[in-house]
Design a protein around this ligand. Structure first.
Ligand code: NAD
Length: 319
């Protein structure tokens, strides 16, 4: 019976799928400094992590019985992937499991942004009972999403899920991807009907110039921000921007400057350069809608992540 240590947790559905096949799944968290010892003492063959636990060269070298490292989620910055593979380990992640959840979070921010919910939720508890009329005035003048143009930068899994929802709302979509020239977006309706739209990638400049809102879905590959002062300068006056990709994809200082000057009306951030200690200036900014990196953190995504890892582990041991 192989032992699995799910050190950052695993969904109940994933755990049950593994246990039904005879695996023992341990979910008690082991501190990073005791991890090597526990893996060896317990005879762990599969280590599952999310973003908290790291699996570096040192651990890979020190745990010769380890066969699989699984990452629930996409980014594998916390695992020495190439080294693990060189040493004959399998390394799995679950890149598609959370795309819908991240796309829905984009719309949670978008709907909130255009009606200033992020700020009215801060002000109503403080002043709502006394200054209702002035708050009503302050938060009037919102807008609708329908009919507006959403610019999607990075037209991969999440970008395409965002496009589906935008089309469903009657928005226009502009997309830019460095490596993909077009994508077929299929909307599935409640009655079984389907409709496919082909969206061609256009230049970054076209997306920035033509969009009322810009949403970022690119990986963080370089140190330099993809959206800095120059790029923001190309955007429409009064536009909004959303980053649920990775901290640092957008230059946070340039963003705050553009918000303070009124160049951009609002922004939404789920990811930050200095996680888990993001800039207090961002946290306090009254034109930014904020979430603490919860893009993938839905029950459905966590179930899919656990189930996808379970399937891959079961397939490996059945080989
Ligand atoms: P993906 O690989 O499917 O898509 C990324 C796309 O970006 C690709 O099509 C690629 O060609 C394109 N691209 C890369 N560099 C580019 C650039 N400089 N300019 C334009 N296009 C570029 O990835 P995905 O699954 O859609 O994930 C996108 C991002 O979302 C990643 O950064 C990922 O880490 C992040 N993410 C965040 C959360 C969260 O909790 N907020 C959850 C999951 C993923």
């Amino acid at each position: 019976m192989s032992k699995i240590l799910a050190n950052d947790g695993i969904s109940e559905s994933g755990k049950v799928a593994l246990e039904e096949k005879g695996f023992q799944v341990i979910t008690e968290k082991v501190d990073q400094e005791n991890l090597i010892e526990t893996i060896n003492k317990e005879g762990i063959e599969v280590l599952l992590v999310r973003s908290a636990t790291t699996a570096r060269k040192e651990l890979i070298d020190a745990c010769p019985n380890l066969k699989i490292i699984g990452r629930g989620g996409v980014g594998m910055d916390n695992i020495d992937v190439e080294y693990a593979k060189e040493k004959g380990l399998e390394v799995y992640n679950t890149p598609a499991a959370s795309s819908s959840s991240v796309a829905e979070l984009v719309f949670a921010h978008l709907f909130g942004m255009v009606r200033f919910l992020y700020e009215s939720n801060r002000q109503m508890p403080l002043e709502g009972d006394q200054n209702f009329k002035s708050l009503k005035k302050a938060f009037s003048g919102g807008s609708e999403l329908t009919g507006k143009t959403l610019g999607i930068i990075g037209f991969g899994r999440i970008g395409q899920e965002v496009a589906k929802r935008a089309i469903g709302l009657g928005m226009n979509v502009l997309a830019h991807d460095k490596y993909t020239s077009e994508a077929n977006i299929t909307l599935n309706f409640f009655n079984g009907d389907k409709k496919t739209f082909t969206i061609e990638s256009t230049s970054l400049k076209n997306v920035l110039r033509g969009s009322d809102f810009v949403t970022l879905h690119i990986p963080k590959l370089e140190d330099k921000a993809v959206i800095g002062a120059e790029e923001i300068g190309l955007m429409k006056d009064g536009a909004g921007i959303i980053n649920t990709a990775r901290g640092g994809v957008i230059d946070e200082d340039a963003l705050m400057f553009a918000l303070d000057k009124g160049k951009l009306a609002y922004a939404a951030l789920d990811v930050f350069t200095n996680e888990p200690n993001p800039s207090i200036h961002l946290m306090m900014h009254n034109k930014i809608s904020l979430t603490p990196h919860i893009g993938a953190a839905t029950l459905e995504a966590q179930d899919r992540i656990g189930e996808e890892l379970a399937e891959k582990i079961i397939a490996y041991f059945n080989k």
